[in-house]
Design a protein around this ligand. Structure first.
Ligand code: DX5
Ligand code: ZN
Length: 218
């Protein structure tokens, strides 16, 4: 299982996004972009025009995490723009199969995200329709929050579910992932790690990515 790091630009300088993306090019596997709409979460960040500008400005694949109402209407646009991965929240979608198939048809990896209080078991039947499951390890909306250990049993159950199904589905954790918490996520079965504050809150984001990777490559 290859371990991947996806730094979140939510903690980067929004006035210098291209420069911030370049800081982790060649070091990180993905650039995690948090799209928030003031409705699904109590914060507002950026949308498709900014993602398009980022895609033109960086060679690092974009990992779009849509924390928005009505992803069934908006998600495919991010895939068509060229995002490498597009993740929708199960709490927001009303037609996950149709939306995930549209994302896949547009050439992006298909992801579903679950909030800390949402159980995974109801979504087992979606395994053939997805490439990644994102488990939130904070309530979504803001960077720099405290890691929620209560999600770890769900990470284990999700890992067991994926292994039993035997397809190729990645398991991403997002929220409060740091040098202190990344190892317990990996032990529980995660293989893609989003880190905002731990990377962009550091004076040397590239080195922060290397440090995180070193902790889980042992
Ligand atoms: C929170 C976002 C996260 C956030 C993580 O709602 O989905 O991607 O940027 O930031 P940290 O790593 O600082 O918790
Ligand atoms: Zn995120």
């Amino acid at each position: 299982m290859a371990m991947q790091i996806s730094p979140s630009i939510l903690s980067a300088d929004f006035a210098r996004l291209a420069d911030e993306a370049k800081k982790v090019e060649g070091v990180a596997d993905w650039l995690h972009v948090d799209v928030m709409d003031y409705h699904f979460v109590p914060n507002l960040t950026l949308g498709l025009p900014v993602v398009q500008a980022l895609l033109a400005a960086t060679s690092i694949p974009i990992d779009c995490h849509l924390m928005i109402q009505d992803p069934d209407r908006w998600a495919v646009g991010y895939a068509e723009a060229g995002a490498g991965s597009v993740t929708i929240h199960v709490e927001a979608t009303k037609a996950p199969v149709r939306t995930l198939r549209a994302i896949g048809a547009a050439g992006a990896r298909r992801g579903i995200a679950l909030n800390p209080g949402t159980a995974i078991e109801a979504y087992e039947d979606l395994l053939p329709e997805i490439d990644m499951i994102l488990l939130m390890t904070v309530e979504p909306g803001f960077g720099g929050q405290k890691f929620l250990d209560m999600v770890m049993p769900k990470v284990r159950r999700t890992r067991a579910m994926i292994d039993k199904w035997d397809g190729e589905v990645w398991l991403q954790v997002d929220g409060g992932v740091s040098a202190e918490t990344i190892e317990r996520c990996a032990e529980a079965g995660a293989d893609v790690f989003v880190a905002g504050n731990a990377v962009y809150g550091s004076a040397d984001p590239a080195q922060a990515v290397r440090n995180l990777r070193a902790r889980i490559s042992r």
